[in-house]
Design a protein around this ligand. Sequence first.
Ligand code: GLP
Length: 238
Amino acid sequence: MLVHVYPAEELTCRAAAFLFAAQLTQKPDSVFGFATGSTPIPCYKDLISFYEQGLLDFSQVISFNLDEYCGIAQDHPSSYHRFMHENLFSHINIPKENIHIPNSMGVDACERYDKAIEQAGGIDLQLLGIGKNGHIGFNEPDDAFSCGTHIVKLTESTIAANARFFKDEKDVPRTAISMGISSIMACHSIVLIATGESKAKAVYDTLNGPINPHVPASILRLHPNATFLLDQDAASML
Ligand code: GLP
């Protein structure tokens, strides 16, 4: 596992964009795993800029997103579908049919998502943020690590943290669909970005505490090709 600490948020996210750019340059039909949240936005801005400059071509890329809320429409202002289109997909040349975002509709929604990842040959490079409680995707602290894509009950701390994206905390969905810990660990490479002091404790517990499901991100220490990109604030407790 690699850990890099950068002097500023912008540089931390640019380092992640470089990893995506290198992967795409070496494999034009890369399978990318994307994440939502405020953290990756500067990385997506850089990828858009690289595309606009003619450095990157996303025409053969296949993408899978980590998670989505249950019970809100795809075009809801706070859906992750909407977020990804506004912050990345509508600005690059990835074909619409190559984009996959979990959708909780249908009894076999989770199995179908896992099958689609498998059929694409697995995820080459997965981007992750981290929740203040150490969650990745929507894999919340629990007594056991989750397996494949599954429906999750969000914790009060995640609901409170994500309320900023909704009009009111009561509007935040209580459940979500998320790729599981096994799905994440099966990705060939992983890059986790953490920026800001509010992530310092989660980063400390992830890298220094015991590997355990109460800090879901801690399992990444067992991944053969995981890179942590931190700004100084997120690394301040290390
Ligand atoms: C959400 C997402 C996660 C993300 C986390 C942190 O819960 N499901 O994938 O990593 O929030 O978000 P932020 O980057 O806004 O702190």
